[in-house]
Design a protein around this ligand. Structure first.
Ligand SMILES: [Zn+2]
Length: 437
């Protein structure tokens, strides 16, 4: 049996990335998206490899694809491999190339979704098809899912699949998807590959202050705008306490070892200082956060409104939800009510699992100069929805990136693009990991 991907897989990952980018699956929210052509494309590529995909829709045009590749060990837990098919909008006028051209120029594939995450969709397809050519069967069952609606509510995508079609994921205990195992250059020659093992929870809040409406020239000690402004100012200024989760603790410990820092975790601020640019890998996930983002009150300058409303983008650490709730109760005070406008769970995945070790080994084999560390994602992915099925999520979309390539800026950014070499690395590493998983 061949030990690694064949040459056609390297060509296909590039072609598939480009083809998928050309299928415009812009998700504008509010149901304004149509993933079906991309889903049919992915399903056709799987079918050509002898895999039988099913297409599932909750809403017409919002298509998901699920397929199962049977492993050789029926007693082994299944592994879910998933990628979303939708992308965020792109304004063509801002781009150097048309965002839906999928153009390949100077060894780089350009377009919306090149990184988030048609690249991974293409890698999954390339690996599965390579196995069909080579007669490879994985040990575990591998369930492949291409989802709709990740960039909005997931209600037509992973949420729908988890709620309405759990049987498709029978036996799955772990899932792998965006985003991790990319090259983080620290500016002084070190290359770090962070693999995600956790996500902060989402707590989008609506704040409502109520007071006594009246004339703007009168004394009013019960002004809704004043109440709201006080709460917003307190939330914005709040310094959330450090809350080290197991993943972040492991990240700090491993980073300290890479840099030979002996400060330990007793003084995290000092440790972050010494880490320099690499501190960015942990800084957004050391604590809960809450940022006021929208304000709405009043309709005329001489009228005190009876109500004022604000929205806050809150995120909480795994295990940090109770602290988040009680802190918000305190910061908003008696004159302002708050409620969840949208809420998503936080995820915490073990970093001492065989699966994490397998991902680490696969990266180290193809990037021996790199250092793998776990990290926690500051935002969220489809893994939150699949967690309802008891599936633990990891972020693993391997990409070997050149120094100066601003990976973080590519997500939802202008001129999103991915080097062909990075896709080749990705398909090699994903293939290696999945063969040994
Ligand atoms: Zn994404």
């Amino acid at each position: 049996m061949a030990e690694q991907v064949d040459a056609p897989a390297l060509d296909e990952v590039v072609t598939f990335t480009s083809d998928l980018i050309r299928i415009d699956t812009t998700n504008r929210g509010g149901g304004d998206c149509r993933e079906r052509p991309a889903a049919e494309y992915a399903a056709a590529r799987l079918a050509e490899a002898g895999v039988e995909p099913v297409l599932l829709e909750r809403t017409e045009g919002r298509t998901n694809v699920v397929a199962r590749i049977e492993g050789t060990d029926p007693s082994a837990d299944a592994l879910l491999l998933h990628g979303h098919l939708d992308v965020v909008p792109a304004a063509a006028a801002d781009w150097s190339v048309h965002p839906f051209s999928g153009e390949i120029r100077d060894g780089v594939v350009w377009g919306r979704g090149a990184v988030d995450m048609k690249n991974m969709d293409a890698m999954i397809l390339a690996v599965v098809r390579g196995w069909a050519r080579q007669g490879v069967r994985p040990r575990r069952d591998i369930v492949v899912a291409f989802t709709a609606d990740e960039e909005a509510s997931a209600e037509d995508g992973s949420g729908f699949l988890a709620d309405e079609h759990p049987e498709l994921f029978d036996g799955c205990t772990e899932g792998v998807s965006e985003s991790g195992a990319f090259t983080f250059h620290d500016g002084s020659g070190r290359q770090i590959y962070p693999i995600a093992a956790g996500e902060r929870g989402t707590a989008w809040l609506k704040l409502t202050a109520r007071g006594r409406a009246g004339h703007g020239s009168k004394v009013n000690r019960d002004n809704a705008v004043t109440h709201l402004a006080g709460a917003i100012a307190r939330i914005g200024a709040h310094e959330w306490p450090l809350r080290l989760t197991p993943t972040v603790r492991a990240a700090l410990t491993e980073l300290a070892a890479i840099y030979g820092i002996e400060t330990g975790l007793t003084d995290v601020d000092a440790l972050l200082d010494k880490l320099g640019p690499a501190a960015a890998l942990v800084e957004p996930t050391l604590r809960n956060s809450a940022n006021p983002t929208m304000l709405d009150a009043g309709y005329k300058i001489n009228v005190i409104p009876g109500e004022a409303v604000a929205h806050v983008d809150g995120r909480y650490m795994p295990g940090g939800e109770e602290e988040f709730r009680s802190t918000l109760d305190r910061l908003t005070g008696p004159d302002v009510d708050w409620e969840f406008h949208h809420r998503e769970v936080a995820l915490q995945s073990p970093v001492d699992s065989a699966t994490f070790a397998g991902m680490r080994a696969a990266v180290e084999e193809f990037a021996p100069e790199g250092h793998v560390v776990p990290f926690c994602m500051s935002g969220g992915t489809d893994a939150k929805q699949f967690s309802r099925l008891g599936i633990t999520g990891y972020g693993f979309t391997p990409l070997k990136l050149p120094d100066g390539y601003d990976y973080a800026a590519m997500f939802h950014g202008v001129d999103e693009r991915v080097p062909v070499e990075a896709l080749h690395f990705g398909v090699r590493v994903l293939d290696r990991f999945l063969r040994t998983a």
